[in-house]
Design a protein around this ligand. Structure first.
Ligand SMILES: C=C(O[C@@H]1C=C(C(=O)O)C=C[C@H]1O)C(=O)O
Length: 114
């Protein structure tokens, strides 16, 4: 095959260098996001164990509402789409709540309503 529509082999070297520079930064940012998420999940796992031990419900909608308001404001200041910030937080929180439900079940506390 002599042509490619997906690679950057035929691109001007200066453009390729700029693309590489930007992709290096994107890779660093993605690594930071993964590390920050890993730290966040370590904390939420501890919260899950604490809640299960004290028979607290896995989800806390009032806390989530405060986090959403705060993150939307932060996103606006940072020129990030607040709707995207809210969706992203909701995606993470949904996973955290699944973890908390599992911890509660494993602790024999799975019947707590939320
Ligand atoms: C971590 C908690 O549990 C849940 C997950 C949250 C989160 O991931 O930030 C926030 C509220 C709760 O629904 C908590 O109550 O603080």
């Amino acid at each position: 095959m002599t042509t490619s529509t997906t690679g950057v082999d035929d691109v001007d070297p200066a453009v390729r260098a700029e693309l590489e520079r930007l992709r290096d930064s994107i890779d660093n940012i993605d690594a930071a996001v993964v590390h920050m998420l890993a730290e966040r999940f370590k904390c939420t796992q501890e919260v899950g164990r604490l809640k299960a031990a004290h028979r607290l419900p896995p989800a806390d909608p009032a806390r989530e509402a405060r986090q959403i308001a705060r993150l939307r404001a932060l996103a606006e200041n940072a020129k990030l789409d607040p709707a995207f910030a809210e969706k992203f937080l909701n995606f993470i929180v949904a996973e955290v709540i699944r973890h908390h439900e599992r911890i509660a079940e494993e602790t024999g506390n799975g019947g707590v309503p939320h």
